[in-house]
Design a protein around this ligand. Structure first.
Ligand SMILES: *Cc1c(COP(=O)(O)O)cnc(C)c1O
Length: 512
């Protein structure tokens, strides 16, 4: 693409050249619905009843100030807005730690079958045997894949699963009288939800240092463990947030268990392992899965998440309810209460539509297909690493797992940062990778191509990244600070947007 592409500038358009919103090259600028010119065109054909009387006994609702516009205007407004959301169906989305992979349309088709889509959560169990069987099969399959046989499908997201999982651990300690166990260990590179979950459950977090190595070492673990008396557990993701497999995990898990702590594995990165190894075999006691990452159900703007937890059989008694069980007659039933259960985490039975999609994905792949998908995800990431390692600094030696970590160390010397590179990718029509995460790595770029991205697209990404590096090397860097050039908005004040978000529309403020 020509790097001199002008910014699309709507501001020079005259009033009246556009009836609805400024537009150019079929690229529409979209106002807020409130900002549409108020016309006398009625949106609805009802006349105001002549003898209207408020009979609720409450104050009358104030005028909302919504514009009176015709239906096509409303429809266009929302359809245009819907096209402004970039997603995995628009293009490459190499967001590390998020596993933005293709969601096969077969999953969607199954989720829309009337027998799944139209069931009511309060229906008598004998009328929803198929739905319960599906949940039972998913529980069983996830138990097989993780090597952690007891599964709850209740949690509604990854972070929600973490909360459920840590509550299981807390409950186990409480019932064992371990009141002195008040500390949870987390590596410094952990996803923010890990320490946040531990603190939400009332624990104090003690950090395991991984800065020099990118991996957990027995030595650093021992230091954080101390005598281990106060340690309730450890929260670790494997592969970790640097995209590396934790090679000393077995020894670390053994030491943790000896100290009476539980091993919580953040399973959001399970896409790198499925079908190849089972976390239960490397010492994990509790793990959540992100169905909306590993098992290809939509996420982000695309739909609700689902974060089932898998635990050892010893911990099964503490899982949330309800839980689907098989009766001796071969039918399915809901276990709504259990003595030591931590209770309910979620209304009804979790995100059932996600359960349908995930099981469809699992069954349509089969054991060999799931294994292959993981291996291809790891291959893709290593391919990118191999192609870019001469152009970008690689902080930790590979091979990597499903994501590869680079930094801007070389480019920074020429004044080009990770942010500039990310904005450059936007200009070239590619969603940026995860930037500045993990926090322990300066100028981090965490790239996760996934197994579903076609090689041509991955090659295009590599070509653009290589071009950026070469441009920087020869000092052709000015353009980087202006990227992106052709988006309706250029560089936003991201700090202000995060710190002072405007969450409420006020017409008065707009006029100021
Ligand atoms: C995505 C992710 C989470 C949280 O999952 P949500 O569904 O977004 O709540 C937790 N840990 C890691 C490592 C993740 O990548």
């Amino acid at each position: 693409m020509d790097s001199t592409v002008e910014k699309v500038d709507f501001t020079h358009m005259n009033e009246g050249e556009h009836a609805i919103g400024p537009q150019r090259g079929l690229n529409y600028e979209t106002k807020l619905l409130w900002e549409y010119e108020r016309t006398d065109d009625p949106a609805v054909d009802f006349e105001e009843p002549s003898s209207f009387r408020n009979r609720t006994g409450l104050d009358e609702r104030k005028e909302l100030g919504l514009p009176q516009v015709k239906e096509p205007t409303v429809v266009r407004h929302f359809v245009r807005l819907s096209t402004k959301n970039y997603g995995i169906d628009n293009g490459f989305f190499p967001l590390g730690s998020c596993t933005m992979k293709h969601n096969p349309r077969l999953n969607e088709k199954m989720a829309r079958l009337a027998g799944f889509a139209h069931v009511h959560p309060e229906q008598p169990v004998e009328t929803v045997q198929g739905a319960l069987e599906l949940m039972y099969d998913l529980q069983h399959t996830l138990g097989e894949l993780t090597g952690l046989p007891a599964v709850s499908l209740a949690p509604a997201a990854g972070a929600h699963g973490e909360l459920a999982g840590m509550m299981v651990i807390k409950r186990a300690h409480e019932l064992a009288g371990n009141t002195h166990k008040t500390v949870v260990l987390c590596p410094d590179s952990a996803h923010g939800t890990n320490p946040a979950t531990a603190v939400t459950c009332g624990y104090t977090v003690r950090t395991i240092d991984t800065k020099g190595t990118g991996r957990l070492t027995v030595e650093a673990f021992k230091e954080a463990l101390g005598d281990g008396k106060d340690v309730a557990g450890m929260m670790v993701t494997n592969p970790n947030t640097c995209g590396l497999f934790e090679t000393e995990i077995l020894e670390i898990a053994n030491m943790l268990h000896e100290a009476g702590g539980y091993f919580y594995c953040d399973g959001a990165n399970f896409n790198a392992l499925v079908g190849n190894i089972r976390p239960g075999d490397f010492g994990v006691d509790v793990m959540h899965l992100n169905l909306h990452k590993t098992f290809s159900t939509p996420h982000g703007g695309g739909g609700p998440g689902s974060g089932p937890i898998c635990v050892t059989s010893d911990l099964a008694q503490f899982l949330p309810v309800p839980h689907v069980k098989k009766t001796q007659h071969g039918t399915y039933d809901l276990e709504r209460e259990r003595d030591h259960s931590l209770g309910r985490m979620k209304g009804f039975h979790g995100q059932f539509g996600m359960h349908v999609r995930a099981l469809t994905y699992i069954l349509s792949h089969g054991a060999d297909g799931l294994k292959q998908a993981s291996q291809d995800a790891v291959l893709s990431a290593n391919y990118i690493m191999a192609k870019l390692k001469n152009h970008y600094h690689v902080p930790f030696e590979g091979p990597c797992m499903h994501e590869c970590l680079l930094t801007d160390k070389k480019q920074k010397e020429q004044g080009v940062s990770t942010l500039d590179i990310a904005k450059g990718l936007v200009e070239y029509g590619i969603h940026p990778m995860t930037v500045y995460f993990p926090l322990t790595v300066q100028g981090a770029m965490l790239i996760e191509p996934t197994e579903t991205e076609p090689k041509q697209e991955v090659d295009r990404f590599i070509a653009i990244m290589t071009r950026f590096a070469k441009q920087t090397e020869i000092g052709d860097t000015e353009i980087f600070h202006d990227y992106p050039l052709s988006t309706p908005r250029r560089r936003l004040d991201e700090v202000k947007a995060a710190r002072q978000p405007k969450l409420k529309y006020s017409a008065a403020e707009q006029d100021e």
